[in-house]
Design a protein around this ligand. Structure first.
Ligand SMILES: O=P(O)(O)OC[C@H]1O[C@](O)(CO)[C@@H](O)[C@@H]1O
Length: 536
């Protein structure tokens, strides 16, 4: 059964939210805290190893009530059930969406078999039992993929670097030859296994990089047969992988019902298993499953992904904010933002609704960010004193991975201080006190620049510790958040037609660069640029 097609702006709740926005837009959060002693109790969720505080947002009881009514009107429950039943909710590609199946308690036979294959392979590599063509054990693993076939594994291995074993895992994604060259410098061909990850097995970047690497091995004297021991693939297109020269037994499955950006839970995460071991990989699946259960079963007013999605919609569609920042206070989560960017923006960057009509409201938010405290020294100035409203998610951990309390308390002091500053700003009295030693003239001149208005919204997510399990829950939380937003916006979150045009044009331009024959039907700017490119 298809997803329902309900235009959100035609709902009663949307209209009421628009009216309500007029009441709330000038309100100060600090006053709302003053007026309601129960605010923190009302606006937080404690779940498993997560604590979400969303009280530092420009919303009140009525906002929450209306946003929850919006969920009822668009029948979010029905959409969630359809997703968990694995129905064909990716209607524009005519595919089911069932990545949650990969981490379900009761797994299907094909998923079990894929997991077993991943376990066996990764254990052989880690244990030194998988030998290269010259009989040497493996030291390096190179993941060749792009987008969803790259970002997830890379991010997880960075996030869980503390669990890393002796294998060194590298990533080649960019079509830029410098990328593959730099990786090749770091590895020993005889001790390296390459994992070609491509659901379609037709992505230009991945196939070009894989071919370059294959030729590099051939130049080193490897025969086609030798290469078999150094190449495996993950793909939904077996035949294409075999045509590339990969042995059938070395191909790990992917399925139509797993979207690229939701695929790290599948064999696409093979590099993760190699780098941190199968056990840690399954703990990550368990964490994601726990979040799935929370999302599927908890009432919406206590449901972390639903609440985060609603808050985001409140700002995006009523305050008309343009972006959202995610600030993890963990250096381990440095690659978390690029990963989220694909998930969120490839999914919800759509302007046609589920009825095929152009939407008349804002959809997908722009996501950006960087770990704190580095972010504080880069772009926090704009959030504190700029002209744009940027709602932020702050993600922090009760305990550090390294156990160095001194550092962790300093880090977390910054974490709490920033959300406090965003909330309260700086009062006139504090500023006056700070500059009282200056001449009156100087005080007058400088006062306005020292002003922090505050009233900047933040969600604070406090997680016990960064582990494979909590990371799994965190990733699933954002997956469900974007799904809820897509449902409310009445768009299809699981296709990505928007990336196709550039690919098609690139292939035509490539031909022109190779033949040095520039098409006359190109636009004047591009034609001139190509000429310029070819002259030097
Ligand atoms: O796994 P594939 O088929 O090589 O695709 C890689 C990536 O390309 C896209 O199709 C478009 O960028 C992503 O959705 C996908 O993750």
């Amino acid at each position: 059964m298809a997803l329902k097609k309900i235009n959100p702006i035609e709902t009663v709740a949307w209209r009421k939210l628009q009216e309500h926005y007029q009441d709330i837009k000038e309100k100060k959060m600090v006053d709302m805290f003053q007026e309601d002693g129960e605010r923190v109790n009302k606006f937080h969720v404690e779940w498993d190893k997560f604590y979400l505080d969303y009280s530092k947002n420009r919303l009140d009881d009525t906002t929450k009530k209306l946003l929850l009514e919006l969920c009822e009107e668009v029948d979010l429950k029905d959409a969630i059930q359809k997703q968990f039943r694995g129905e064909v909710i990716n209607a524009t590609e005519n595919r089911a969406v069932a990545h949650t199946r990969l981490r379900a308690q009761q797994k299907t036979k094909e998923v079990e078999a894929a997991l077993e294959k991943m376990k066996v392979f990764s254990e052989k590599l880690i244990g030194g039992d998988w030998k290269g063509a010259t009989g040497k054990s493996i030291q390096h693993v190179v993941n060749i993929g792009v987008g969803g076939s790259d970002l997830g594994s890379q991010m997880v291995l960075d996030a869980l670097a503390a669990y890393q074993n002796q294998l060194q895992v590298h990533f080649v994604s960019n079509i830029d030859g410098d990328h593959v060259n730099e990786v090749l410098k770091k590895i020993d061909a005889e001790r390296t296994v390459f994992i070609v990850v491509s659901k379609s097995f037709s992505t230009q970047e991945t196939l070009s990089n894989a071919t370059t690497i294959k030729n590099w091995l051939i130049d080193k004297g490897f025969t086609e047969k030798d290469i078999n021991q150094h190449f495996v693939a993950v793909s939904a297109c077996n035949e294409k992988a075999k045509n590339f020269g990969i042995l059938e037994e070395n191909i790990f499955p992917m399925w139509d019902w797993v979207g690229g950006r939701f695929s790290l839970w599948s064999a696409v995460g093979l590099a993760i298993c190699c780098g941190i071991g199968y056990q840690n990989f399954t703990e990550m699946l368990d964490g994601a499953r726990k979040m799935d259960e929370h999302f599927e079963k908890n009432s919406f007013d206590q449901n972390i992904p639903v609440l985060l999605a609603l808050i985001s919609i409140w700002y995006n569609n009523f305050f008309l904010t343009e972006t959202e920042a995610v600030i993890p206070y963990s250096q381990y989560l440095q690659k978390f933002i690029p990963y989220l960017q694909q998930g969120v923006m490839e999914s919800n960057g759509k302007n046609i609704d589920r009825s095929g009509k152009k939407v008349s409201y804002q959809t997908g938010n722009v996501i950006w960010g960087e770990p704190g405290t580095n972010a504080q020294h880069a772009f926090f100035q704009l959030i504190h004193q700029g002209t744009k409203l940027v709602p932020c998610d702050f993600i922090g951990f009760n305990n550090s991975v390294h156990g160095n309390k001194g550092h962790h308390h300093k880090l977390m002091a910054n974490f709490f201080a920033q959300t406090q500053a965003f909330l309260s700003g700086k009062s006139q009295a504090t500023i006056e006190e700070e500059i009282k030693e200056l001449s009156l003239e100087e005080q007058e001149r400088i006062k306005a620049y020292k002003c922090f208005e505050g009233n900047k919204p933040t969600n604070t997510l406090l997680i016990e510790r960064l582990t494979p399990e909590t990371l799994g829950s965190l990733l699933a939380m954002y997956e469900h958040k974007l799904f809820v937003q897509g449902i409310i916006w009445n768009i299809y979150s699981y296709d990505q037609w928007g990336v196709e045009l550039g690919k098609q044009l690139a292939s035509k331009i490539y031909q022109q660069l190779e033949t040095r024959e520039i098409n006359t039907d190109l636009d004047a700017s591009t034609r001139r640029l190509l000429q310029q490119f070819l002259t030097k």
